[in-house]
Unconditional design. Sequence first.
Lengths: 342, 447, 539
Amino acid sequence: MTQYIIRRLLYSLPLLMGVNILTFVLFFVVNSPDDMARMQLGQKHVTEQAIANWKQQHGYDVPLLWNNGAQGEKKITDTIFYQKSVGLFLFRFGVSESGRNIGADIKERAWPSLAVALPTLMVGLLVNICSALMMVLFRNSYVAKDGVYAASRSGSGAALEHAGIVLCVILMSISSLFYIIGGQFVIGKVLRLVPISGYDDGMAAIKFLVLPVLIGVFSGIGSGARWYRTLFLEEVGKDYVRTARAKGLSETQTLFRHVLPNAMIPILTGVVVVLPQLFMGSLIMESFFSIPGLGSYTIDAINSQDFATVRAMVFLGSVLYMIGLLLTDISYTLVDPRVRLS
Amino acid sequence: MIILWTDALIYLLIAVMLALGLYLRGKEHIQRPLQQIGCNKIGMVSLVVLLFFVLIGLLDSVHFKPADDKQNEIVSLLDYWATPLREHGEKTYSAPFATTLYSKEMMMLEDGSMQWGYPRLEFGGRHLTNPETETIPDILQKALYGWAQGASLIVFFIFLMWTLSAERYQRLTGNSTAKAVLAVVFVIVSCSYALIYLSGYYHVFGTDKVGEDVFYQAVKSIRTGLVIGTLTTLIMLPMAIIFGILAGFFRGWVDDIIQYIYTTLNSIPGVLLIAASILMVQVYMANHEADFTSVIVRADMRLLFLCMILGVTSWTGLCRLLRAETLKLREMEYVQAASALGVKQGAILLRHILPNVMHIVLISVVLDFSSLVLAEAVLSYINIGVDPTSYSWGNMINGARLEMAREPIVWWSLTAAFVFMFALVLAANLFADVVQDAFDPRRSGNE
Amino acid sequence: MNNPILAIEHLSVTFNYRQTVVDDISFAIHAGETFALVGESGSGKSITALSVLRLLPNNARLKAEAIKLNGDDLLKRSEFELCKIRGRRIGFIFQDPMSSLNPVMTIGSQIEEVIKLHFDLPRDALKQRALELLQQVEIPAPQQRIKDYPHQLSGGQRQRVMIAIALAGKPDLLIADEPTTSLDVTIQAQILALLKNIQQQTGMALWLISHDLALVSSIADRVAVMQQGKIVETGATAEFFSQPKHPYTRKLLNALPSMQSCLTHSAEEKPPLLQVSDFYCYYPIRKGLFKRIVDYVRAVDGVSFNIQQGKTLALVGESGCGKTTLGKSLLNLIPGSGRVVINGVELNALSGEALRQQRANIQIVFQDPFSSMNPRMLVGDIIAEGIRALHPKLSPEQRKARVGQLLQQVDLPEDSALRYPHEFSGGQRQRICIARALAVDPKLIVCDEPTSALDVSVQAQIIQLLKTLQQEKGVSYLFITHDLAVVAEIADDVAVMYKGKIIEQGSVAEILTQPKQAYTKKLLAAVPVLEVGQSADKR
C-alpha cells in the first residue's frame, strides 16, 4: 500500500513535468515575452525601453531555455524555463502581472470556492441518487391479469419512470447559464428571498451561498440522475440481484441492500476524483454570484490576460487532479473488497 | 464564391459522411440499428428538427461577395436571403413586435417641436399608420397568411407524393412514426413561413442594444453552434481513434506513451487549457493583424482555433474508452484466430478492431455534440469562446445578461437564445439517446 | 405417493409477446424425491424453474392455470406474500456461483440475511446458525471463512455457500439450476454428493435442472426431458434409461460419448509430426516500488510430448492447469519458451515474416463459437481470411471456389458464405471455425475445448466431423479438453496435465483403463457415467 502510494507519487512527477512543459510552450514559445509585454502595455506606441523594463520587472529578461551568456550551471538556471518551473514545483507561484502575491491570493480564495463547491457536490450527490433510485423503483411492478403475469413495463410505475427520463433529458438540455440567470431572477429579484450575489465571511456567508448551491444542484440533476440510473440498471441486471430476490427480499430491500452498495462503488470513486478539484471552484458560478473564490480569480486573470496567474492555476489544477487520481485508487480499496493495490 | 476555413471543413465533413454512408450501405450490422432508429418516433422527430437546423447552418456556410456590393463584405447565402433583416437596424432596444423604441428619448415632431416619448421604429411596423389599434390584428393576419403559405406548400408536396405513388404513400402513412415525422415537418415549415413573413414587417424577437434584429442573430448563431458541435469532433476523432486503438492493441511502451500524453492533458483543467490557448491565439492575432483582413475571416479563424482546442481537450475521453475496448477485443478469439492465420497486424487493426469499436465512436460523437453546443455558451460567457463579433448564443446571453438589472427587464435576447439553443440541444440529446439504444449492445439487453 | 409438494399446471412463458419459451407444460414434484428436468440449452428448463418463484426477466410473460406449492396456488399470492415463500419454502441454487453472490458482502452476512428475513432469531443465534449451515455444506474452518468475500473462495466453495444460502430457510423444495455446470469434474462430483447427502438429512424435495443425462442418472428418482418448451417424456430413472420411449430421448442417449469406445482405436505407430520438448510458459509477478519481477506464475512448466501424423493427442486437465495456455503458445499467440518442431521446422527459432509463413502448418479452433468470429464480417470473408494472408497470389475466383469447397467439407450450404455469423447456431458456427482453420491446409489443428459449449447431440456431430476430416486429410489434432468421455471418443493418445506439468501420458486405452497416477484415477472416478449395461447395449 505504502509502496503503491510512493510509486504513484513518483509517477506523477513526469506528468507534472509534462504539464509544465506544455504550459511553457503555450505561454513562452508560441508568443515571446516581447509579445506579452506589448499586450500588457497596450498595443501600439510602446517603446523598446518600456518593454525591457516590463520584462525585467517580471523576470522575463533572461533567455527561454539556454543562457549562453552565463557561466557554469547558470547556463540552465538563469532561464525563464528553469526559474518559472522550479517556482511552480516548490509551490512558489511568485507575483502576478499586476504585482500581487499569487500564493497568498490562492490561500485566501480557496475557502470561499470550497464553501460553494462542497455543499453543491454533496447535496447534488444525494439528490441525484435519490431521484435515480426512484426511477429504478418505479420500473418494476408485477401486474397480474387474467392469469397472465408479467414484470410489466406498461403500468403506471413504468409511465412515471418514462416521464422521469424525459424530464432528465429536458433538464440536461438547458444551458447552465439559464439556470443561473433564471434562478437569480426568480429567487433573487422577484421573490427577494436571498441576495442576488455577493459574499461575506463566516456564518454570514450562508445567505449568499444558498442560491448558488441550489442552482448548482438543480442544474446537475438531469445528467446526474440519468447517469446514476444507468449505473443502477446495470447492477439490477446482474445475477446476484436474482439471488437476492430468490432469498425472499422485496424489490425495495433488494435495491437498498444489494444494488445500492454495488452501484455506490463507481459513484463514490467518481466523486473522490473531483474532491481535490473543488478548491478550484466553479468559474461561472463564482463570477455570476461574485464570490471571491479561485474560480472568479481565474476568470479575472483570463480577462486581464494575467499570464503568471493562469500558469499558476494550471499547475495547481493538475496537482489537485493527480491527488484526486491517487485518492480514487485508495478509495477503491476501501469500498470494494475485490480491489487490492499492488 | 469564397471558402472560409470552417466552410472547407464543413464540406469535408459532408464528403466524409457521404463516403461513409456509401461504404456502410450494404453492411447488415449497421442496417439493423438504423432500422431501429427509423422505427423510433422520438428519434425520427428529433432527427427532423436536427436536419432543419443543419439546413440553415449549411445555407449559412456558403459565402460569397455580392456583385453589387460597395463595401468589402463577405455574406452567406442565408445573409443574402435575409438582407432585409440584416439591414433593418433600429437605434437600440425594442421589444418583440414593438412599433416604438424601448426607451424614451427626445424626438422631433412634425411641427418642429421637441417631445419626450417613445419614438417610432424605423422598420418595425412602419407600414401601420395607427400602431395602438392596428398592431395585433395586423400581426395575426400576417401570421395567418404566412402560415397558410407554408401549410399549402407542404400539403402540395404531400399531394404530389400521393399522386406519384399512391401505394407507397399509403404504406408510409400507415406507420405512426411516419405520421409523426410528417406532422413535425408540417409544423416546422408552416411556422417558419409565418415567422419569415412576419419578420419582413416586424422584429419578431425585438432588437438588441445596437438595434440589430434578435431573430436574425439567433438564426445566424445556429451555424456557430453546429460548427462547434461537429468540427470539434472531426478534429478530435482521428487522434482519439488512432491513439486509442494503438495503445490498446500494441500495449507496452506505445501504451505507456499514449497514456502519459492523455493523462497529462487530462490533468490540466479543461477550461484553463482552453483559456490559455485562446489567450495565446489572441496575442498571436494582435501581433499579426495584417493576416486577418476582414472581421469575418478573423472571427472564422478564431472559431476554428476554438474547435481545435476543444478537440485537443476532449479527445482523451474517447481515447480512453477505445483503448479499454481494444484491450478487450485483442483478447477475443477471432483476433487470435486471425493472427494464427498469419494476417498482418495492420490488417487485423483495420478489419477486426476498427469495425468493432465504431459503435463507441458513433455514440460518443452524438453524445458530445450537445455538450459542445452547451460548452460554447459558457466559454463565450467567460470571453474565451468565439470572437465577440461573431454571432453565437453565448454572445447573445453574455450581452443580454448585463441588462437583467434594467427595469423593465430586457428579456427577448435571452429568450431567443434560450429557445433556439434548447430546441437544438434537446433534439440532439433525444437523438443521441435513441442512437445509443440502437448501437450499444449492452443497452439493447436491458431495455 | 402422497400429495405433490409442487404441481405446475399448464404453464406457458412468452418473451417479448411472440417468442414462446415454455409451452403449456404440467408436472409435479413429490415430497422427498429428486426430480431431474433435462434438456439442451434453450429448451426452457431454467425459465420453468424461475417462473415458479416469478423471478423471470422483464420481457417475459407467464401464463398458467396453477402453480401449487403444497396445494397452495402461488399465482394467487401477491408479490408481498410470495416474498415469504421465496427462500423459506423454496430454495434456489443458480448456475454460476461467482456472479450469483453479491461481491461486496461477506458470505456470512449473505447467509444471515436469509435467516433474519424468515426467522425471528437474536443476533448470536443468527451467526451460530450461519456457522452450522457452513458446516453442513462442508466448508473447512467456517469460523474464518464466514468473514470472507466471495472472490476469496474457490469455485466449489462458492457453490457450497450458494447451497448454504438456499438451505438457510429450511425449505421444503430445493431448486438447483445447473448447479455443477461451471465447475470442474472432480468438484462436480463432490457437490452432487453433498446435495444428495443433505437431501437425505433433511428430507426435502430436490428439483435438479441439468443438460447432462449421465449426471442425472446417478442422482435422480424421476427424470423429465424438455425439448423446445415442451416436456416430451417423464419417467422413473431406471425405467427412463432402460426403455426410452420418445425418439428425442433416444437421440440424446445415443449422443452421449461412451468411455468404452476407446478400445476400438488402432495402436499403429506413425512418424511424429509435432515434437515439443521442455516447453515453458511463465508469467512474471511484479512487486515492490519498481515492479521488480519477484516470482513467476508457472502456467506451463516444462512439458514434452509428440504428436504423430494423422493422429489425435488429447490434453486433459481441469480448469487452470495450463492446457489452454499451452495450446495458444504453441501457435505463438502467447509467448512461451522451449523447442517446438513441426514437420521438421523449428518454430521457436523463427520470428516476424518467417514465422508468419509457417503459420499455415498449425491452426486453432476455439471453445466459444460466439466470440471466435468477427460479428462484422461475412462468413465467406472469415474463411477466406487465412487464404488471403498466406496465399496472396490466388485470384478472387479461386478463393471463392476454395471457400465453397471448404463449406461443403464441413457440411454447410454453399450460400452460407454470404451470411453473417450470428445467423448460425452454435454447432454451425463451430463448423465455420473448422473450415477457417482448414483453409490454409494445416498439418495440425489445436482444438481448444471445441465441444464444451455445445449440446450433447451437436457435440457428437462435431466430433464425427473432426474424425471424418482426419481420415480424409490426414490432419493431426491436439485436442484440449476436460471431458474424459469425449477423449475416449476421439483421441489416440492422452496426456494428463496438472498444475502446468504433464503427469501422465500414454495411449488412450492405457490411460483410461489402467491409470497410474492418483490424480488421473480421481478424474476418471468423477466422470458421471450411465450404468454400464445401458451404454453397452447402445453400441
